[in-house]
Design a protein around this ligand. Structure first.
Ligand code: NAG
Ligand code: NAG
Ligand code: NAG
Ligand code: NAG
Ligand code: NAG
Ligand code: NAG
Ligand code: NAG
Ligand code: NAG
Ligand code: NAG
Ligand code: NAG
Ligand code: NAG
Ligand code: NAG
Length: 658
């Protein structure tokens, strides 16, 4: 898919935030084609989307689109989606995403792009845990015992002068970040988060995105641990590593959800597979027979972890989706707490990525452990996406990928889908002004009894009850739901309708081969016109002073007086250089080049190179990224390890774990 020419261009050219690769000749826009296996965390009113394998589809002036390209997040940004933003699901979603600079990316080893890792957090902060960085010769990756952390809001003991910032968190003695493909869940009301199982390298050492073909650094062996992050005290968070009991088998890409049942809640593990195709360089399972033998039980016998007692249980169910991985899940609680309905959407069996992915929405209703197929639209199946529930009655499905068809990277038609959890139907838009309380869908309460508002009559698993009396006791203990903070309703900042300004980086960049003005012309013109203007002013002042001085009879001083405007001019000229990022609106500099970006970050190691701004702004004009740190934004406590921009080979399509 990539010619050598494009590889060179990717390294040498501009890096817009949207599709951080070079834009091609006549390219006028770009959109998210697919985005899989990123990490997501909801902090109050915003979901943060980190890493993953993000592909952009270029659009050209004649209306055609080109093959999707991946950028490996060269600028090291975390994308954000504020729940105050309304959108319709067929619009250009890129236009509503914000960005948060980590200070990482291509410039250094602070924050590589992790695929299939997680964001673990509470309402105030998150940690980038696990995942696969791309192997790079330019930088050594961060050490195995430390992870990137982001303190967005402070909590607990007051911290005077607190501002949001990124820092590196040490994991402590018994935990490494060398794990990927695990299931992640957060319980903000308990200040706890977890990373369940996943895959590791045979030695438990460093791991990279598959494709190197080096078995030593490929995540292939099941991890039998549950990592618990305790955020009770901000800045004194702890990671612990508990070995799973024999009865709880490890697996790749399960969904982990926290359910408010029992005194501290429970974790429920849904799906996941062993010997998946996606972790292999060949994209075929290492042992399909074993996978088909063991994996279906991960959806029919559900593993449950009681947070308070730190004990694991299993519970049999009947029916359900069968072998499934890379879906997404959210939990909805009936208004009276009589049922907890876990929605599982999409995914596939982890073996046949050449066949269409699931478009089914399944509900696992607790405590009856009843499976219900709620929707099967077959419009656009996907896998590798994330779901969040901004409102009690709505689920947002973000990103993912359709099943690969041949060599072409297939694109999603809807980057974000919105599902009405109460009605069991897909919506065509999200509007923060429209929401309701959750009601149990009729297809579910037909099976578990009661009505939309609750009153479920099936309170034990059918047909044979709880597999463990202890688990029955856990379900008999209600969770103090008043501990759960909510941040809705969100003020609406929409409607957003002008989403396609169709302005890309100027086609005048010299290597893009387009016509138009050479890129050096605007700055030079600015300087020349400025010079002409100031020369005229200087001459006028000179003439005027000379006239006055001559009248006063002190003409000898004219020479010294005359230099003043000239010095001011030089200062103005230096400040007014179009490449100066502080004044982008005046300057209209032609292209964001790699060299514009890198010196900015290396010259100011304690600040960020990219400030959070609406992406639309950054993209539209191709102005340089702002260097200054706006009040209330992040600092980064790590020193820069390198100041040059390393060439980083983009992953080739045949080696990506899809
Ligand atoms: C989507 O919006 C972004 C930001 O405004 C823009 O850069 C991009 O070109 C747009 N894509 C399309 C297909 O219009
Ligand atoms: C989300 O948008 C709302 C409305 O504009 C704003 O008040 C809030 O601060 C935003 N949240 C974040 C994290 O920026
Ligand atoms: C969604 O937005 C697109 C592009 O702006 C527009 O063509 C379409 O009609 C909109 N759909 C709805 C349901 O508003
Ligand atoms: C690390 O593991 C050892 C052995 O299991 C244990 O004794 C020790 O308490 C653990 N340390 C921490 C900080 O959890
Ligand atoms: C968890 O602890 C075990 C036993 O000490 C260790 O082998 C393993 O590497 C740890 N797992 C992670 C993900 O740190
Ligand atoms: C595989 O990776 C390990 C660890 O980085 C390295 O020591 C080894 O030389 C590599 N093997 C091959 C064949 O490249
Ligand atoms: C790791 O996985 C490989 C390939 O599946 C297997 O050959 C090896 O025995 C496993 N190693 C361990 C320590 O389980
Ligand atoms: C695959 O798994 C099956 C069942 O666990 C086992 O009998 C067989 O030896 C495995 N095959 C390979 C090639 O490892
Ligand atoms: C959902 O629809 C697809 C495509 O028609 C079909 O293959 C699949 O069996 C359906 N799922 C269920 C659970 O009926
Ligand atoms: C979801 O469906 C329920 C029941 O039909 C309805 O009351 C509610 O308004 C819907 N929510 C949204 C956001 O459309
Ligand atoms: C949700 O339910 C609560 C309590 O039953 C009620 O006070 C509130 O008005 C409801 N909210 C909506 C949006 O219907
Ligand atoms: C966006 O939609 C609002 C309400 O429908 C309308 O008033 C406004 O003119 C629209 N703006 C643009 C730029 O289309």
């Amino acid at each position: 898919m990539f010619g050598p020419g494009l590889l060179v261009a990717v390294v040498a050219l501009a890096s817009p935030v949207f599709g951080q690769t070079a834009w091609q000749p006549n390219q006028v826009n770009t959109r998210i084609c697919q985005w899989l296996q990123f990490g997501a965390a909801v902090l109050r009113d915003t979901v943060y989307l980190n890493g993953g394998d993000l592909w952009w589809e270029p659009g050209f002036a004649d209306g055609s689109t080109g093959p999707a390209v991946t950028d490996n997040n060269r600028l090291g940004v975390i994308y954000t989606l504020n729940f105050s933003t309304p959108f319709n699901t067929t619009q250009n979603i890129s236009a509503i995403l914000g960005t948060l600079a980590t200070g990482g990316g291509d410039a250094n080893n602070r924050a590589p792009n992790y695929v299939d890792g997680a964001l673990l957090g509470n309402d105030n902060e998150f940690f980038v845990y696990g995942g696969l960085p791309q192997k790079s010769d330019a930088f050594t990756p961060p050490p195995g015992h430390s992870v990137l952390a982001y303190n967005k809001y402070q909590y607990g003991a007051p911290k005077p002068g607190f501002t949001s910032y990124f820092y590196n968190k040490d994991l402590g003695p018994n935990v490494t970040r060398y794990v990927a493909y695990g299931g992640a869940a957060s319980a903000p009301s308990e200040n706890l988060a977890w990373y369940f199982s996943g895959l590791r390298s045979p030695s438990g050492g460093e791991i990279y995105y598959p494709g190197t073909g080096n078995a030593t650094t490929t995540a292939s062996n099941v991890s039998s641990t549950l990592i618990t992050l305790d955020m009770a005290t901000q800045l004194q968070e702890t990671f612990t590593n508990d070995t799973l009991p024999q009865a709880i088998p490890g697996r790749a890409d399960p969904e982990l959800v926290w359910v408010p049942v029992g005194s501290k809640g429970i974790l429920v593990v849904l799906g996941g597979v062993v010997y998946p195709d996606f972790s292999e360089r060949s994209q075929t399972s290492a042992n399909q027979t074993a996978s088909e033998l063991q994996s279906p039980s991960f959806m029919s016998t559900i593993d449950i972890y009681d947070v308070a007692s730190r004990k694991w249980y299993t519970q049999k169910t009947t029916g359900g989706p069968g072998q499934r991985t890379r879906g997404c899940a959210v939990v909805a609680r009936a208004q009276d707490g009589s049922s907890f309905n876990i929605y599982y959407y999409g995914g596939y069996d982890g073996l046949h990525q050449d066949q269409p992915f699931s478009d089914e929405v399944w509900v696992l209703s607790l405590p009856s452990f009843t499976w219900v197929l709620l929707a099967n639209s077959t419009v656009e199946g996907r896998a590798g996406h994330k779901c969040v529930a901004p409102y009690p009655d709505q689920m947002m499905v973000i990103g993912g990928y359709p099943h690969p068809q041949g060599l072409v990277t297939s694109c999603l038609t809807e980057t974000i889908r919105v599902f009405n959890l109460s009605a069991g139907t897909w919506l065509d838009r999200y509007d923060p002004a429209i929401y309701s309380n959750y009601t149990v869908p009729s297809a579910v309460h037909e099976k578990i009894g009661g009505s939309g508002t609750g009153g479920a009559t099936a309170t034990t698993p059918s047909p044979s009850g709880f597999d463990s009396t202890e688990l029955a006791k856990v379900f008999a203990t209600p969770y103090p739901v008043t501990k759960i903070a909510t941040y809705y309703p969100y003020p609406s900042v929409g409607p957003v309708n002008n989403t396609n300004p169709n302005v890309g980086p100027t086609p005048s960049a010299p290597s893009s081969g387009g016509g138009g003005l050479p890129s050096y012309l605007p700055p030079v013109l600015g300087v020349v016109l400025g010079l002409v203007f100031f020369t005229m002013v200087a001459v006028l002042i000179l003439l005027w002073r000379r006239r006055r001085l001559l009248r006063a009879g002190t003409a000898s001083e004219v020479g010294t007086e005359y230099t003043t405007p000239s010095r001011a001019f030089i200062k103005w000229w230096l400040r007014g250089q179009p490449a100066q990022p502080a004044q982008p609106s005046e300057a209209k500099a032609p292209t964001v080049t790699s060299s514009d970006y890198t010196p900015a970050s290396s010259a100011e190691p304690d600040t960020l190179a990219v400030a959070p701004r609406p992406i639309a702004e950054m993209m539209d004009t191709g102005v340089p990224l702002p260097v200054e740190l706006p009040a209330g934004n992040q600092i980064f406590l790590l020193p820069l390890s390198e100041s040059h921009l390393p060439p980083k080979p983009p992953s080739s399509p045949c080696s990506s774990p899809r």
